[in-house]
Unconditional design. Structure first.
Lengths: 360, 97
């Protein structure tokens, strides 16, 4: 029997929600008590039931924990899983993103703080620095966002292992066409209204999250004051913020099979990081951002929480499940693509990451 | 006559990672520093190395190493001399919320 698992990484540990029908949920945890879990990937490639977690202990530093039995037991490399080489002089602060490569079932990518990309060829146990990005001449000019300076988005291209996109706060979007050996900024059209002179710089935008859509070359981005679509694999970007209650937010999700279907979780403003009119909500577009509609059935009014960049996720079932975690420790699940939500967790520590998948 | 072993005393979480071992003995006739002692202690339990020191060899910000009750970070850090027979406590700082 298949099982849907929702991994909930928080400031003080990891919880796992499980359900056979996406209606009744059981909750287990915490794993990694008192450690921050900012990155999770659920590995179902080749029939696996794997979970990887980027874990940071306040005292004992960051690492990657790996489970091959859906989170029941965990191991970590006795050597450092992710470490900067000595000649970089850098030290790992946090693993912000774990992304499974769709072209090679052994490969896992890690986006980290300070701004860097790592690659694993052993299913996520050990990682090597991607020198092409680390040695990019722009790197000294990449600034830390409010949460720190990190590569927070990694988008491999299924069917073409040479093509790879990363995004970072605050550095913007970069693309590689040679499997990470070299990188070029790709931010035309993404506005940076917080900069004093040039609002359309080559790089330096505080892009909060990028999602790959189902259409050919389709990408969606939530930036710091801006929501965008690209139809040419990130070469250019067009605003799709008209019709939204606000252009600010952190997360963005794209339907895994239907082109043009995208969700954002709007936040009133960078000076007022609450839901618009205190109504927690997602905004959905079915036409690539031309029009938007609010989905809030089951989400609370009178809410002054916030949803962070990785604290929302989709599963791949039909209809798609949508999951949203909040900074005040609630997690809401929808099994009908956002039409209605139920609360599946409450009173957790602030939620940093949510990931969902159907296990074999 | 062999010198008295140095005892490296681990806190709870590190004991779990070291398979329940609470103390590691380090015996070496040469004069040792804190860095030397940690190198030798962690040569068997490799996972402890990444917990106590970052990849550039620095003791992590919220970890303290005491030599016979004295905080090494307030003296010569990892270059602090460790005499034969010393007790080296690894302690997680009292911090967080």
């Amino acid at each position: 029997m298949t099982e849907t698992v929702v991994a909930i990484g928080t400031r003080k540990g990891l919880w796992l929600a499980r359900s056979a029908d996406r209606e009744r949920w059981s909750m287990e945890g915490p794993h990694f008590v008192m450690s921050e879990v900012a990155a999770v990937a659920i590995d179902t490639r080749e029939g696996r039931s794997g979970i990887l977690a980027g874990v940071k202990s306040w005292h004992w530093g960051p690492t990657v924990q790996v489970s091959e039995d859906a989170g029941r037991t965990w191991t970590e490399s006795a050597e450092r899983a992710v470490a900067f080489p000595p000649n970089t002089g850098a030290t790992l602060e946090r693993v912000w993103q774990l992304t499974l490569d769709p072209n090679d079932a052994a490969v896992v990518w890690a986006g980290v703080e300070p701004h860097a990309l790592f690659r694993s060829e052993d299913r996520g146990s050990s990682y090597q620095l991607v020198r092409g990005l680390w040695e990019h001449p722009h790197r000294p000019q990449w600034e830390p966002g409010g949460g720190g300076g990190a590569v927070h988005t990694i988008l491999p291209q299924a069917g073409d292992p040479e093509r790879l996109i990363v995004a970072m706060s605050a550095g913007g979007v970069y693309r590689s066409g040679d499997a990470g050996a070299s990188w070029a900024p790709s931010n035309p059209g993404i506005r940076a209204p917080y900069l004093p002179e040039n609002e359309y710089p080559e790089f330096g935008q505080c892009v909060h999250k990028v999602a790959r859509g189902a259409g050919e070359g389709e990408l969606f981005a939530q930036s710091h004051k801006g929501v965008y679509r690209s139809g040419d694999d990130g070469a250019t970007w067009q605003s799709i913020a008209d019709g939204l209650p606000t252009d600010f937010g952190f997360t963005i999700l794209a339907h895994p099979r239907r082109a043009g279907v995208v969700w954002v979780v709007p936040v009133t403003d960078d000076r007022e990081r609450f839901p618009p009119r205190a109504q927690l909500q997602v905004q959905r577009s079915d036409d690539a951002g031309a029009t938007w509609r609010m989905q809030a059935d089951g989400l609370p009014a009178g809410s002054y929480t916030c949803v962070l960049r990785d604290a929302a996720a989709l599963d791949t079932a039909d209809p798609v499940g949508l999951y949203v975690g909040t900074r005040n420790g609630d997690v809401f699940a929808s099994s009908d693509e956002g039409q209605s939500f139920t609360r599946i967790a409450t009173q957790l520590p602030d939620v940093l990451v949510v990931r969902a998948a159907r296990l074999p | 006559m062999p010198s008295s072993p140095i005892r490296v005393i681990l806190p709870g979480l590190l004991r779990d990672l070291a398979g329940g071992v609470g103390e590691i003995e380090v015996t070496d006739p040469a004069p040792l520093t804190v860095a030397d002692v940690l190198d030798r202690a962690f040569s068997v339990h490799r996972i402890l190395e990444g917990k106590v020191r970052d990849e550039q060899g620095r003791i992590r910000q919220h970890v303290k190493v005491f030599v016979n009750g004295e905080d090494a970070t307030r003296t010569a850090g990892t270059a602090t001399a460790v005499p034969a027979g010393a007790r080296v406590h690894i302690v997680n700082a009292i911090s967080g919320g």
